[in-house]
Design a protein around this ligand. Sequence first.
Ligand code: ZN
Length: 449
Amino acid sequence: MTPTERTRTYWLEHAWLGTHVEPGVAVDVADGRITAVHQDTPAPPPGAEILRGLTLPGLANAHSHAFHRALRGTVQVGSGTFWTWREVMYSVADRLTPDTYLDLARAVYAEMALAGITAVGEFHYVHHAHGGTPYADPNAMGEALIEAAAEAGIRITLLDTCYLSAGFGEPPNAHQRRFSDGTADAWAQRSSLLKERDHARIGAAIHSVRAVPAEQLATVAQWAAERRAPLHVHLSEQTAENDACRRAHGRTPTRLLADHGVLGERTTGVHNTHLTDEDVALLGGSRTGTCMCPTTERDLADGIGPATALQRAGSPLSLGSDSHAVVDLLEEARAMELNERLRTRTRGHWTAAALLRAATADGHAALGWDDTGRIETGARADLATVALDSVRTAGPLPRLGAETAVFAATAADVRHTIVGGRHVVRDGVHTLVPEVPRSLGRAVEALRA
Ligand SMILES: [Zn+2]
C-alpha cells in the first residue's frame, strides 16, 4: 500500500517506550493514531519515514501565556520582583488585539513545535477590548489562539480563565478590566460559546484566589465538572498571595480552593510553590495535579515548590514554560530535578523516565488529552525526535538516550515533531510556518510601544 496522509509508517532509530530505549521500532499510523508498534525492526521498512535519533512521545507544555513571549529579553534589564515584572507584562497585554495576538501566538506555537511540543495548555485571560468592552465576537481573542495552534500544527487546550478582581475585595485595575467578565456567571456564559475541534479542547481556569472571589469559585468548578474539562489555577506562586488570603479568609489558598470544591483529579495547581504540609496533603489526597514551571519560577524569583512531596502525596506532575523566558520542555524537566538537588544537596530525586513522564503522558492528561503521550497502539501519533549526534548529545550509549535527552539536550536538538501523524517539523524546519524566527520578530515588533 502506498503511504498516504491517512496511513503511513515511521521508522524510529531509537524509541522511548516509557521504561527503556528500544532500537529499531516501526510505528504504523492511520487517521492520526498509532495502529501498530513493531519492535525488532533493525532496518526501515520500504516506504517508511525515517526518524534518526531518539523518538519520544510528543511533549506537553501544560502552562502557557503566549503573549509573554513578547517580554523575552526586555524583562531582564534591571532588578525587581514578580510584582514589578507584572507591570511590564501588563503593558504588553494592553497592546494585544485579536489580529496581533493571532500573529504572535502562531509564531510562539511554531516555536513550541520546533521544541517537540505537540500540545499546549493556554491559560488565557486577555478576553476583551480596552476598558473591558467585549469584542463583537466575545471570544475573538480565544478564537485567535485556537486558530494560531491550528496554523502552527499543534494541539491546544484553551484554559479559558476567570479573572474578576485585583485582589481580595478589590475591583480589577485599569489593566485588568480587559480580563474581567464581571462575574463568574458571565464568564461561564461566554466560555460556553467556545467549541471544541479536532485539535482544540476547551478547559477552564481560575486565575488565582486573588482574582476570583471565594463565593464565585464554585461556579467555575461546576462549569468544568459538568463538561469533565480540565480546570487549572495559579496557586501560591507568591507568599504575598498566601498572606492576603489568610487575612481575607483565615486560611491558605489551597484550603480555600478545597472548601469551595475546586480540587480534584481534573484540577491542576500551577506553581504550588509556597505550601504548608496540610496544603500538600490536600492536593495529593484529592489527586489534584501540580504543574511546575521551573524556568519561569527561577526567572521570577518565585522560589522552589515542594514537587517531590506533592508527588509522594499523590499529585501527578506536569511541566510548563509559562512566561516563555525559554521554550524548552527538556530544560523544564531537568530544572525540576536540578532545583531539588540545589535545595537538598543530594542527587536523583527523579529518574529521566519519571521526568519524561511529566513532560509527556501526565502533561497531556493534565490538559484533557488522555490518549496521547505514549508510543503504543491506540495512542494518538504525537512524536518528538531528539538528535543523538549533536554537539550536546553525541557520545553517550544510545540506551542512555533518555538521560541524554533530559540532562543534556535542548530544544535545538529536536529534529522532528509529528502531531496526529502529520510531520509538523522535519529536520528542524517547521513545515507549516515559514521562517519562524522572522515571524516571531515581526509579531513582537508589532507589540513594542
Ligand atoms: Zn501562569
